[in-house]
Design a protein around this ligand. Sequence first.
Ligand SMILES: *Cc1c(COP(=O)(O)O)cnc(C)c1O
Length: 396
Amino acid sequence: MSTSFEPGAPAEKGSIPLCVPEIRGNEWRYLKECLDANFVSSVGPFVDRFERDIAACVGARHAVATVNGTAALHVALLVAGVLPDDEVIVPTLTFIAPANAVRYVGAWPVLVDAEPEYGQMDLQQVERFLVQGCGSEGGKTINKATGRCVKAVIPVHVLGHPVDMDPLVEIARKFHLVVVEDATESLGARYKDRSVGHLGDIACFSFNGNKVITSGGGGMIVTDNGEWAKKAKYLTTQAKDDPVEYVHNEIGFNYRMTNIQAAVGCAQLEQLDQFVARKREMASVYASRLAGLPGVSMIGQASWAQSIFWMSTIRLDPSRARMGSRDLLAALRRENIQSRPLWRPLHLNRPYAGMAFGACPVAAAFHSEALSLPCSVGLTDRQQAIVASTVRGMLQ
Ligand SMILES: *Cc1c(COP(=O)(O)O)cnc(C)c1O
């Protein structure tokens, strides 16, 4: 297999990659400013500006830049007070980072299934776990099977579409859980009239190369809680209590974003609205061009949601579609078109085996039936037409 099929890798001539960055704004200019001013490392005006701009974009009071989205999740859990041997509810259908972050703090994920429509966390299973699987002790929620304290829930807004947050936050409040949004795939998405990343207690973003905007690599923690933001800044910058005398009262991390990364991030953020509009347009073009194929549907958006369609993803009903998702993936690859399945559910990965609450058949079905199609912001209309007609030809 060609390495050009790695997400984020540059496309070979004539091939159509899944999702690559789009560099067409002030990226060069801001980078040059960094280099000319000799502000290349982890302090600098672009870091401050990127934090301010992301906070404003989401409508949150505070933002703290990090080296990547996984580090943001790690520190968000720490400042939210998740302790070793606590438990955190995580969807099983997600990229693995949020579950790993739970393990970094020494806590344990409790994995729940996806709902069948949009592949988001199944709130009914969350409620079943809390109501039937847990008891209350002195204002704490205790998992009856393990005796551990359930401290938080991580709704992951997968594929650019928000989780149904109002009922989730209501359940979380009832059971004293902190809500840590994993909004890494969904910057710019909206839930009802509110921004994703400002719907729980604290949220995390990623600016990895395959996300809607990129800083090369990077992440952000956003919250309205000033104490938490201060603590997050402290922990991500080696927990320095006196920078001159090197006094440290805690074990911190080197999780800082560099000014170079932030410069690219600022330039990308200026283009977010355009990028989101293009992502949404591509999804609707796929939806209309692939309409009517037997057993083929697109993952759409709920009436209360404004998805950014980070990924344009189709589902192939195994009893009706002309071919399965992996055969389609292979056939597209032969045409130099890159596609990708959704993640293997976490409970089917070795580190998280046995950690699901109940069966998770819906996540497993998404894994075997879904395929994301090329959806770079820079995908041309012509390229998209090629992808759509190739897929049509294979499935009709
Ligand atoms: C991309 C992603 C992350 C992590 O972001 P990095 O910046 O790559 O560390 C976390 N969670 C989800 C759901 C993601 O898709």
